[in-house]
Design a protein around this ligand. Structure first.
Ligand SMILES: [Zn+2]
Length: 245
């Protein structure tokens, strides 16, 4: 049976079992198979693949390597995950990443999230709307229709936000506090008079600046907890290269 060897670099090794890291991976196959298919069969989704080299030369993902070929597979660079000439990325998250969705919305990124979405529907929505799929499900990222996507490594939501900002290098495109963390709607300033009926007595007394979500109507103000939220957001922006943009 023909076989090729694959050498994965940097974070692409995260997709390999620990015992197979740091060494070439052999993949055997029947019939002609593209490099994309063979790399995915070793566990690495196509959206994570940057350059592929054979003997130092670029090898196209849709070409069929010959028996015995050795391919070197590099990860995407941050700006290959989302092109620099595009406006801010819009994300679509799988149903397990609700807290990450709120965090990305706090940063101002348009983030679609529904906790009961099927993989096929999420992939189709992302393709239709030009969204980047973020998921903990590697199989979802192997779907052909997914053009931009990323497998989130961290398990803790705040770390996930740090990771996404660093891997996409899009801090310069963030617009913190412009979006509702609950529903992704846009926040607009409103006068105190417009929302006064909905405020608790102490909020009425101490706060004068208010914002309302244009989708769900939730009212926000910069309350006593706001300093902590700002510190959290600043940490994420720093992770994503503050000076970019
Ligand atoms: Zn809302």
């Amino acid at each position: 049976m023909p076989r090729i060897c694959l050498r994965f670099y940097a974070e692409l090794e995260d997709f390999l079992p620990p015992s197979r890291r740091g060494q070439a991976v052999e993949v055997s196959f029947r019939g002609p198979q593209t490099a994309k298919h063979l790399i995915e069969s070793a566990g690495v989704p196509h959206v994570e693949i940057g350059r592929v080299l054979r003997a130092g030369e670029t090898f196209p993902l849709d070409e069929v390597p010959e028996d015995g070929a050795c391919l070197e597979v590099c990860p995407r660079k941050p700006r290959e995950r989302w092109p620099a000439d595009q406006p801010a990325p819009r994300f679509a998250l799988d149903g397990h990443l609700g807290r990450l969705a709120s965090h990305l919305r706090l940063l101002g990124f348009d983030t679609w999230y529904c906790n009961s979405v099927e993989d096929a529907d999420l992939a189709a929505l992302a393709a239709r709307e030009g969204r980047v799929v973020l998921t903990r499900d590697q199989a979802l990222l192997k779907r052909k229709i997914v053009r931009y996507g990323y497998w989130v490594r961290a398990l803790e939501p705040r770390e996930q936000a740090t990771e996404v900002m660093a891997r996409f290098d899009v801090s310069g495109l963030a617009q913190p506090f412009s979006r509702c963390p609950r529903c992704n709607g846009l926040l607009r300033p409103v006068s105190k008079a417009e929302v006064i009926d909905r405020l608790e007595p102490l909020t009425r007394r101490y706060y004068d600046e208010f914002y309302r979500c244009d989708r769900c109507g939730q009212v926000y103000w910069r309350g006593s907890h706001f300093g902590k939220i700002v510190a959290m957001v600043e940490g994420w922006l720093k992770a994503g290269g503050e000076s970019v943009g």
